[in-house]
Write a protein that binds this ligand. Structure first.
Ligand code: MN
Length: 194
């Protein structure tokens, strides 16, 4: 079965004025779709792993018997697919605060304010294209990651909880080079935290 673009769980304009409808539409129908298409293209050459969940492929990437260029394609496009699939789900037009997560973040970082500061700093200082992540390890401990390109926390054996896309395609139309303004606005549409 081929991987498919998941429908956006809200309208393209649902995150206005923080993220504009045009950016959301291009991001979802062009960028995310391209990751899905390119992932399917590489998996067509490897039917033995084509049915495995992408998370599983990323977690076990080094053990897969793939030529280097195909491994890289799974890392980039498989990562792009799972990263964006999560990104759409954690955003929304109204808050659906996860109290357990609030508690865990408070415990791990001292306060929600301190967590947001550390996360924001990583997102602001990431050079080039990539994502900032809050992820959980196997023991349930929280970790912050600043990862390049479409690298997923799954590559490090961690499960992503919150991810912020700081590729220019995520904000350029509305914010141009002002990445800090986009990051600031994004906290308003991240529905998991107050
Ligand atoms: Mn993106």
């Amino acid at each position: 079965m081929k991987h498919a673009l998941p429908p956006l769980p809200y309208a393209y304009n649902a995150l206005e004025p923080y993220i504009d409808a045009r950016t959301m539409e291009i991001h979802h129908t062009k960028h995310h779709q391209t990751y899905v298409d390119k992932l399917n293209a590489v998996l067509e050459k490897h039917p033995d792993i084509a049915e495995r969940p992408v998370e599983d492929l990323l977690q076990n990437l080094e053990q897969l018997n793939l030529p280097e260029p195909d491994k890289k394609a799974v890392r980039n496009h498989g990562g792009g697919h799972v990263n964006h699939s999560l990104f759409w789900k954690i955003m929304g037009s109204s808050k659906e605060v996860n109290q357990e997560l609030v508690h865990d973040v408070d415990h791990a970082y001292g306060s929600l304010v301190e967590f947001k500061k550390q996360f924001t700093d990583l997102a602001t200082t990431l050079f080039g294209s990539g994502w900032v992540w809050l992820a959980k390890d196997e023991a349930g401990k929280l970790h912050l990651h600043q990862l390049p390109n479409q690298d997923s926390p799954y590559l490090h054996g961690h499960t992503p909880i919150i991810g912020l896309d700081v590729w220019e395609h995520a904000y350029y139309l509305k914010y141009q080079n002002k990445r800090p303004d986009y990051i600031q606005a994004w906290w308003s549409v991240l529905k998991l935290l107050p």
